[in-house]
Design a protein around this ligand. Sequence first.
Ligand code: CTP
Ligand code: MG
Length: 217
Amino acid sequence: MYSALILAAGSGERSGLAYNKVFHPLRGIPVLKRAVLCFLADPKVEAVVIVGKPEEANHISALLEGIPYEFVAGGATRQESVRLGLAKVVSPYVLIHDGARPNVKQDLLGRLTQTVVSKKAVAPALPAKETILLVKNHQVHATVNREEAYLMQTPQAFATDLIREAHALAWQAKQQFTDDATLCFQMMGSSVAIVAGDSTNVKATTTIDFTILEEII
Ligand code: CTP
Ligand code: MG
C-alpha cells in the first residue's frame, strides 16, 4: 500500500555528537535501524526508501544488512532530501519519516494508513502542553492560543501524487517549509487531517532526547 521514505541525510548538529545522530546506538541498536524496523513490522509497507549522504551510503548498507531498501542521495535541506526521495517512490501512498525518530508504534501507523486513503494528507500531532510564545530579539511578540497549538510529528502520510506535486511547486517557487504537512497545506491549499500523535515518538535532537529514548524504548 505505501512506501516508507526515511530521512537520514542530516548532520545532527544539535546532538553535539561527532557523527550523524541517526547512527547513535540506543540499547545497542542505532536510531536509524530502529526507525526502519518499525516500518518493516507493518504488513502494509511495500518498499523502504532511505535518503542519506552519499559518503554514508556504505555505513547505512552495513547497518541494514539483510533489509531490502533503496538508497537515494539527499540534499542540503530536509525539504530537498524529501523531494529527491519522492522521485523514487512508486507506491500510491508514502509515509515520510525522520530517521531520527526510532520509536514509531504500530497503532500510530494504523491511524495514518487508515486515514490517508480518504484524506490524502495526514499528520500526527500532539496538543501543546505548554504555552507557545513567538519571540524576536529576546522579546515576546505574540502568543498562540494554546487550545489551537499542536506539535507536529512524523511519519506524515500522503497520496504520492499530491505530495510530489506540492514539492515540485515549492521547489519552483523557492519556498522552504519545516515539514511536509505545512508544505502541502501552503502550496496546494490541501486540507491536512490530524490524527493523535504519540508522546513516546520522540525525535532524537539534543542530548536529553537520547537519555529519554534509552529509557522508553
Ligand atoms: N535530514 C535530511 N536531509 C537534510 C537535513 C535533515 O534527510 N539535509 C533528516 C535528518 O537526518 C533527520 C530529519 O531530516 O532524520 C529531521 O531533521 P533534524 O532533526 O533537523 O536532523 P538534522 O538536520 O540532522 O539535525 P540538526 O538540525 O540538529 O543539524
Ligand atoms: Mg535539521
